[in-house]
Write a protein that binds this ligand. Structure first.
Ligand code: GDP
Ligand code: MG
Length: 717
């Protein structure tokens, strides 16, 4: 029936916020309710923006809003502000507070604040499967009755309880809200009520915020509540009254007013939970604790972290190499077939040299990218990210970074765009700026093809180690940059680190596969758009203006070859002359002229004009370095060499030495990231920091490559 329910049948649209503590399963439940596929991960801070999704059932439309996690309505970091402001300013029709049933007391703390807001609240007792396994028997009915908040048991990944939840939403909206709120101690209530009256008397203001909630917040000295108060004419009187009340409470209890209030809340919650929670005896063994005893051991945690990362990349390279070779051979076959089937000319050159030479090279790396994202995704879902943050906290601190900076940094191995956004969970603006600025130094998936190609050709004995060394170089440069930034323009102390470790959870296959598919699709789409377009452009500037060596020139070249190689065949000499002529043609092309023009800047880094052109094109997207090399080394190569592939061509180039290759890898690693990542940085920090970042990375990239190449040359490599 719902399939044919067109819009006129829909009587009512409901806006329902999914809110709750970080990592309580909000996004999982959101996906189950709306059929969306947003990223979930087993660590706090995965959702940093609010997202909307719709569920239609019968004649009702439910607009769900998935919010970032918060512990209280006092927000510190940007993602928390998003959640708080949405609830306070946009006033959803209803809040579904997603509660982690294994940690009820802490989770209910936020729930009671929602209740005070006067917006109808429903508690989703999520993770009820984990609670069962831990022997926690929760009497939902009793808890609902005690708190006056409807409670529904759910299990997010299985979608269990979602229909009950929708039924409960219908009932609640139909108007059976208890209207109950927590009552504070007899000494506090009169103060609250007086304050409430004052607030309610200010007509404009009372319409905006519930008086009860605001009165409590003022007693808690909530800075944001005071700021909201400022906008109103009656602010001074309300503030004075609040100040009196706070002074009285602090004198009477001998403690800060905010502590008195939160003690009251916890006391109330403890009472309610005690009546509704039965703790069964279960065998005293926790998988999470047992594993953590080894993995999170004080001495082992950091080595384990390094080992985990090392394993991720080893598996990626090992498992990825076979399909990569198959794909490479496949594209080789396709271009040979096209060479045989099509008449020589511009079109054939465009397709074989430009499109296949460029895009094909990048496509060969799809399997590697898939594997890398698969493994990173599993790490996220299992719950290792928070452990990584703990393991590296001390190390990061000594570089002036925050333990939480490890999330953006590790996500940066995949793609800088989500990584840069993940920095929003950092509370101190300074830490956040530094983290955003250094994240692009983490070698992303798009840089991987460049590293692998060059390492395989120039460091064949130790290709994997060479790539790992580049990754390590990125991490070290990021740490050193953070240190320098912290000591110069972004001075300040790192904020203390508080985070909880989520239990290990089996990743949901569906979630991981969806995430990997999404990333792979983006990579393929990039190959089909940005990389295809730049391949065609690069093919064009390497082919035009077309240059045909005059017959006399070829003859004289061939003659010179014969003179140098007495006894050579004439055919051999002619072929050699052909190659030499096409090399001249390439140098005469726009790309050649451009390359020669910029070459002086890149000479000190060991780059000749071809490599200079390739490295510059990496600004569009890092994979383009590979496609550009593919085209530059194909256009102008003699026919026979074409099937031998880019690797052979690179190896045959006398100018490309292992040292130059190393320099090019480092350059690709360090210089500013692709346009998409730059746009993300701009969105997070603004244009001024973006300009700084571009300048900083350009100077750093040039300087590092200069030092490496010059020292390497001196040492005789
Ligand atoms: P959010 O931060 O609140 O959005 O939480 P997520 O939706 O990202 O989920 C956090 C982790 O908890 C993920 O690993 C989920 O697979 C897992 N999870 C969510 N709901 C449940 C549940 O009901 N039971 C269990 N066992 N795991 C859950
Ligand atoms: Mg989430």
């Amino acid at each position: 029936m719902s399939s044919q329910s067109a819009s006129p049948a829909i009587k009512r649209k409901l806006r329902i916020a999914l809110a709750g503590n970080p990592n309580s399963g909000k996004t999982t439940l959101f996906n189950a309710l709306t059929g969306a596929h947003h990223k979930v991960g087993n660590y706090p801070g995965v959702t940093v923006e609010k997202r909307e999704g719709v569920r239609t059932r019968g004649d009702k439309q439910y607009h769900f809003i998935d919010l970032p996690g918060i512990y209280s309505l006092t927000a510190y970091s940007i993602d928390e502000v998003v959640a708080r402001d949405f609830i306070l300013d946009e006033k959803p029709d209803l809040i579904v507070d997603v509660l982690d049933s294994t940690n009820l007391e802490r989770n209910l703390y936020l729930c009671l604040q929602f209740q005070e807001l006067g917006i109808p609240v429903i508690g989703a007792l999520n993770m009820s499967d984990e609670a069962d396994a831990k022997g926690l028997r929760i009497d939902g009915k009793n808890l609902s009755a005690t708190l006056g908040i409807p409670m529904i048991k759910t299990v997010g990944p299985r979608g269990a309880g979602t229909e009950d939840l929708l039924d409960c939403i219908d009932r609640t909206v139909a108007g059976q809200v208890s209207g109950r709120v927590i009552s504070y101690r007899d000494e506090i209530e009169p103060k609250l009520e007086a304050l409430q009256k004052l607030i309610a008397a200010d007509a404009g203001f009372a319409a905006k915020y519930p008086d009860r909630w605001l009165a409590v917040k003022l007693l808690e000295k909530d800075a944001n509540a005071y700021r909201r108060l400022e906008e109103h004419p009656g602010a001074a009187a309300i503030k004075a009254s609040a100040k009196d009340a706070i002074m009285w409470i602090e004198k009477h209890f001998g403690r800060d007013a905010e502590i008195v209030i939160s003690e009251q809340r916890y006391g109330y919650i403890r009472g309610a939970v005690q009546e509704s929670l039965q703790i069964m005896k279960v065998p005293d063994f926790s998988f999470t604790e047992a594993v953590d005893r080894i993995i999170m051991n004080r001495f082992l945690s950091l080595p384990v972290f390094v080992l985990v990362l090392w394993a991720v990349f080893q598996i990626t390279f090992f498992a990825g190499q076979y399909p990569a070779v198959w794909l490479e051979n496949f594209f080789g076959l396709v271009s040979s077939a096209l060479l045989a089937a099509m008449p020589a000319g511009m079109l054939r050159s465009l397709i074989v040299d430009g499109v296949i030479g460029g895009v094909g090279g990048v496509f060969s790396f799809v399997p590697l990218i898939v594997i890398l994202f698969f493994l990173l995704s599993i790490l996220e879902d299992v719950g290792y990210m928070s452990r990584a943050a703990f393991a590296t906290d001390k190390l990061l601190h000594s570089f002036g970074l925050h333990g939480q900076s490890i999330f953006p940094m590790m996500l940066g191995f995949g793609c800088s765009v989500p990584a840069v956004m993940a920095s929003r969970t950092l509370k101190s603006p300074r830490d956040r700026i530094i983290t955003v600025l250094i994240t692009p130094l983490m070698s992303c998936g798009a840089k991987l093809p460049v590293h692998i190609l060059l390492a395989a050709v120039f460091f064949p004995e130790c290709a994997v180690n060479a790539v790992m060394a580049i990754y390590a170089a990125g991490v070290i440069l990021a740490l050193v940059s953070a240190f320098i930034l912290k000591k110069t323009i972004l001075r300040g102390d790192p904020t203390p680190f508080v985070m909880e470790l989520p239990p290990y959870r089996a990743p949901t296959l569906r979630g991981v596969l969806w995430h990997v598919w999404e990333k792979t699709y983006q990579y393929i789409k990039k190959a089909g758009t940005v990389i295809l377009a730049s391949s065609i452009l690069i093919w064009a500037i390497t082919t035009f203006p077309s240059y045909e060596a005059p017959v006399e020139e070829r003859a004289s070249l061939a003659a010179a070859f014969m003179a140098e190689h007495p006894g050579a065949e004439t055919a051999e000499a002619e072929a050699w002359a052909e190659t030499a002529a096409s090399r001249t043609a390439l140098e005469q092309s726009f790309a050649g002229r451009l390359g020669k023009f910029i070459e002086p800047v890149f000479r000190p880094l060991g780059f000749d004009w071809k490599i200079a052109v390739a490295s510059v094109t990496g600004f569009a997207a890092k994979e383009v370095v590979v496609s550009t090399l593919g085209i530059l080394y194909r256009v102008g190569a003699e026919e026979d060499a074409e099937s031998a592939g880019l690797r052979e061509a690179l190896r045959a180039d006398a100018h490309m030495t292992p040292l130059v290759a190393l320099s090019l890898m480092l350059f690709t690693l360090i210089i500013p990231p692709c346009f998409a990542a730059l746009a993300a940085i701009r969105a997070e920090l603004g244009g001024k920091w973006l300009t700084f970042e571009i300048g900083f990375l350009l100077v750093l990239g040039w300087a590092v490559c200069f030092i490496v190449y010059q020292l390497g040359s001196l040492a005789g490599f």
